[in-house]
Write a protein that binds this ligand. Structure first.
Ligand code: IMP
Length: 197
């Protein structure tokens, strides 16, 4: 285990099993259809690649990014779309792949964006769901894991751009936040590069 992690929450094997279950659920949902799968960069990218390869469905891939809101109060600082889609989603079934639904602001913003662009349907699958931190009503259609209110890293999720390539999901030690050069603990957000996380 990485020394900055306090404990492993989900092992590689547990994640792989839940990814397979999510893929099977999506295959049933999209039977006979060809959705556009949208990855919300960067945190979702590892999950996105594993999920898409576990699916039988013939899905197209596209990418988006929203700005993070640092430690500002989410209610006063809405996430902004930083990277638009390459293709049009007008009239298409969209599969939006998220790393984590935390306060829910990011998901609400992305759903509104996709609806405005004319998506026929929007299905949201998230790797993690942190229901205790929800500030707005934004729910995924499918969540692989529900997690407690702790800051987690690995399998795509970062803190200050670190830990994304850990193969498991672990709880970050509080001292690791202070040692990272950012002198504050995360409030459920990460990514100092304007790319959400
Ligand atoms: P929101 O609060 O639901 O809008 O989520 C904003 C973003 O914060 C998510 O897309 C994640 O990338 C990030 N985030 C929230 N909680 C965590 C965490 O525990 N670890 C790493 N990133 C997180």
């Amino acid at each position: 285990m990485h020394p900055d992690c306090e404990r492993i929450l989900f092992t590689q094997e547990q994640i792989a099993a839940r990814v397979r279950a999510a893929a099977a659920w999506l295959d049933r949902r999209f039977a006979g259809r060809r959705p556009v799968a949208v990855c919300n960069l960067k945190g979702s990218v590892v999950f996105f690649c594993d999920l898409l390869r576990a699916m039988q469905t013939d899905a197209e891939m596209d990418f988006m990014a929203v700005s993070s809101y640092g430690n500002a109060t989410a209610a006063v600082c809405r996430p902004k779309i930083k990277k638009h889609l390459f293709s049009s989603v007008e009239g298409r079934d969209v599969l939006l792949v998220e790393d984590i639904v935390d306060t829910g602001h990011t998901l609400l913003t992305l759903r509104a964006f996709l609806r405005e662009r004319g998506a026929k349907s929007i299905t949201v699958v998230t790797l993690l769901d942190k229901p205790a931190r929800r500030e707005v009503p934004a729910e995924a259609d499918y969540a692989c894991f529900s997690v407690e209110d702790a800051f987690v890293v690995g399998y795509g999720l970062d803190y200050a751009e670190r830990y994304r390539n850990l193969p498991y999901i672990g709880v970050l030690k509080r001292e690791a936040c202070f040692a990272s050069g950012k002198d504050e603990a995360p409030a459920g957000q990460a990514g100092a590069d304007g790319f959400g996380s």
